[in-house]
Design a protein around this ligand. Sequence first.
Ligand SMILES: [Zn+2]
Length: 146
Amino acid sequence: MIDWTEVVRRSAEGNPAPPGRVEKTPDQWREHLPPDVFQVTRLAGTERPFSSDMCTLFGSGIYACACCDTVLFDATEKFDSGTGWPSFTQPMDDTTVAYIGDSSHGMVRIEATCAVCDAHLGHVFPDGPPPSGLRYCMNALALRRN
Ligand SMILES: [Zn+2]
């Protein structure tokens, strides 16, 4: 199970090889995605909190990358963070999420991206529930529930 120490290490030293790669040009992504999904995933946008009913959805299911369909999270790792963004404590496979240092907006944070297609997913914080202690604060627009 990945923990905060490992997340910080990967953001500084690099991420393990992903299970595969999907690469498209910005124009190809723009053609492939709805505008709001493009804005969040390819331009590192942030959707408004509480803008998706995915926040309050806790039934069984699998959450995949909205860009490349790589399976990222299982509903059993989802929890109610109260933040207005869908939140998870752990990815299903820890090589599908990549960690990147992000000092934008005057904050030092760790960005979570899809390791397969580089989609911006959201950020990871060390204040999640045990046992991982991690909170993956995700944009609902970056995920597709299957
Ligand atoms: Zn992806």
